[in-house]
Design a protein around this ligand. Structure first.
Ligand SMILES: NC(=O)c1ccc[n+]([C@@H]2O[C@H](COP(=O)([O-])OP(=O)(O)OC[C@H]3O[C@@H](n4cnc5c(N)ncnc54)[C@H](OP(=O)(O)O)[C@@H]3O)[C@@H](O)[C@H]2O)c1
Length: 278
């Protein structure tokens, strides 16, 4: 029996595709989850209780694994070094779900995780994602009213399908030739946010129009939900994307051998998540 691959975030948007991609390749999968009773995973998956904020539990979960798919939730990197060391003591290869911000700011949470992985992993690959298409699910309530009111409709983003992130991860976990690489993982095009909302409307059959929200109103709302720092940095980032769209990279295609999925394809697949109240 081959050594299993450990998947963190296995119950989430991307992780569950990593799990199914590995199983489809005949690779044994172990999932680290916080709540095994609640986790809905394929029968073949070995489910282990653990928490990324608890390095001991990570070491236990990583014992005997060949490689790990790692994500780090939230914006607080406290304890990341200890957790990564617990992982790399056992798993030889780490594929980390990072963000493009890591390349620009080593003090961002993604930059800090990358530093920790680089310092202790024998083999590593970083998947630096621009933005996930799933972010637009945050508009779902507004989509059902026909109006998405948000700031910077002209900010262009190269949102990526979670299945593409997972497909790149599976190749990096299983194949040779990805060690020491930081891939820029994006969708195939950079689309203004107002255009994304219009596409969601077309694919759900619920006509949607964009309404520009004044920046200060948005800042107050986002700060209330996510904190002032997140509101300030998020708004500054979206503002920058009006004149400088997010980059489009060919790395998904280079690694998987097929083009990245379009935002329209994603919206079609996830239409039900917009039309059904959560
Ligand atoms: N959104 C973006 O545009 C963007 C861009 C770049 C990078 N990212 C990265 O994307 C990741 C999120 O990916 P996603 O959307 O696929 O995930 P998701 O659907 O938000 O799910 C989060 C997963 O993380 C697990 N998790 C949360 N806290 C944990 C902890 N303390 N210990 C162990 N597991 C924990 C959750 O498991 P349970 O709740 O079941 O325990 C769940 O499986 C983040 O790491 C973020 O940095 C996002």
């Amino acid at each position: 029996m081959a050594q299993p691959i450990l998947v963190t975030g296995a119950t989430g948007n991307t992780g569950h595709h990593v799990v199914s991609g590995l199983l489809a390749e005949g690779v044994p999968v172990r999932a680290l989850v916080r709540n095994p009773e609640r986790a809905r995973l394929p029968e073949d998956v070995e489910v282990v209780r653990g928490d990324l904020t608890d390095p001991e539990s990570v070491a236990t979960a990583a014992k005997g694994t060949a490689a790990a798919f790692l994500l780090w939730m939230g914006y607080d990197s406290t304890g990341v070094k200890e957790t990564v060391e617990s992982l790399t003591r056992h798993a030889r290869r780490i594929v980390y779900f990072s963000a493009v911000q890591a390349g620009e700011d080593v003090d961002s949470v993604w930059g800090r995780v990358e530093t920790a992985v680089r310092a202790s992993a024998r083999e590593w690959t970083f998947l630096r994602v621009t933005g996930m298409s799933t972010n637009t699910l945050g508009w779902a309530d507004q989509v059902r009213t026909g109006v998405v009111r948000a700031p910077y409709g002209r900010a262009s983003r190269s949102l990526v399908h979670e299945r593409d992130i997972a497909a790149v991860a599976v190749r990096a976990l299983l194949d040779e030739g990805h060690t020491g690489r930081a891939y820029t993982v994006t969708g195939p095009e950079s689309l203004p946010q107002a255009e994304q909302a219009r596409i969601i409307g077309e694919e759900t059959g619920l006509p949607v129009r964009w309404e520009e929200q004044p920046e200060e109103e948005a800042r107050a709302e986002i700060a209330e939900a996510m904190g002032r720092d997140f509101a300030d940095s998020g708004l500054a980032y979206w503002a920058s994307l009006v004149d400088t769209p997010e980059p489009v990279s060919r790395d998904v295609e280079k690694v998987t051998g097929r083009p990245a999925l379009t935002f329209r394809a994603w919206a079609r697949e996830r239409a039900g998540d917009f039309t059904r109240p959560a």
